[in-house]
Design a protein around this ligand. Structure first.
Ligand code: MG
Ligand code: MG
Length: 236
């Protein structure tokens, strides 16, 4: 999983470096696909329930699961990019949101707060803690900033499949959840909205957008619970 995580981190670096006004989301997909090919990794996104690409690209009010295509990034956009890779049967999964050129103050604040909420959640991944403390920590950071946390899509355990049980809510679900043990691995992935947390799925059967049309950001890492504290696999 460390190896798969490194490939995902490289997909982040390569796509981030390619983001500019005028590039299409399909071109970003090609950049990510080149990294997979170079590292001998397989895609866990391609053909997942029929998904047609190796990354998800979700601009502006799109929360997650956007399909790369002809959309051209433009100055002032924000773009969420979710990447995954399989090495030797083990999965990595991580996402980030970036601005395109100069972005609004609220867009920048949304990106910063969402990333900070992810790290607050990661800090909770310690042996003996209860899993849903992750969601409580994420929610506290997001809501203190005046934003909302998406309820309908959540994080997950990950290993030899991308999506394993249990789920990892990004909010306090009312119960503490399982006790964390050494060797458990989770993908924590807060989706944070400027407005309400209500979501809406487009007719393509994939793209999920905010119901109120306001901006959304998404950050994700794959992290192991170790006797040394949380170990983030999806950073270089
Ligand atoms: Mg992901
Ligand atoms: Mg995930």
């Amino acid at each position: 999983m460390r190896k798969a995580g490194k490939v995902v981190a490289e997909m982040h670096e390569a796509t981030r470096a390619a983001i500019r006004p005028g590039i299409t989301t399909l071109e970003l997909n090609e950049v990510a696909a080149e990294v997979l090919a170079k590292r001998g990794a397989r895609s866990n996104f391609l053909n997942y329930h029929g998904f047609p690409a190796v990354i998800c690209t979700s601009p502006n009010d799109m929360i997650v699961h956007g399909i790369p295509g002809t959309y051209k990034l433009k100055e002032g956009d924000i773009i969420s990019i979710d990447c995954g890779a399989i090495i030797e049967g083990y999965h990595g999964d991580a996402a980030y949101t970036a601005g395109v050129g100069q972005i609004s103050d609220v867009a920048q604040r949304l990106i910063d707060v969402t990333e900070r909420s992810l790290w607050a959640g990661i800090d909770q991944l310690v042996i003996g803690n209860r899993l849903h403390e992750v969601g409580r920590a994420v929610q506290n950071v997001a809501e203190a900033a005046g934003f909302s946390v998406v309820r309908e899509y959540v994080g997950h355990a990950i290993g030899t499949a991308m999506h394993e049980s249990p789920q990892v809510p990004n909010y306090w679900p009312g119960t503490p959840g399982p006790t964390l043990k050494e060797g458990m691995v989770f993908a924590i992935e807060p989706m944070v909205n400027v407005g309400s947390y209500d979501t809406y799925e487009l007719d393509d059967g994939w793209s999920v957008v905010t119901r109120d049309g306001q901006l959304s950001a998404h950050f994700e890492h794959t992290i192991a619970v170790t006797d040394n504290g949380p170990e983030v696999f999806t950073i270089s």
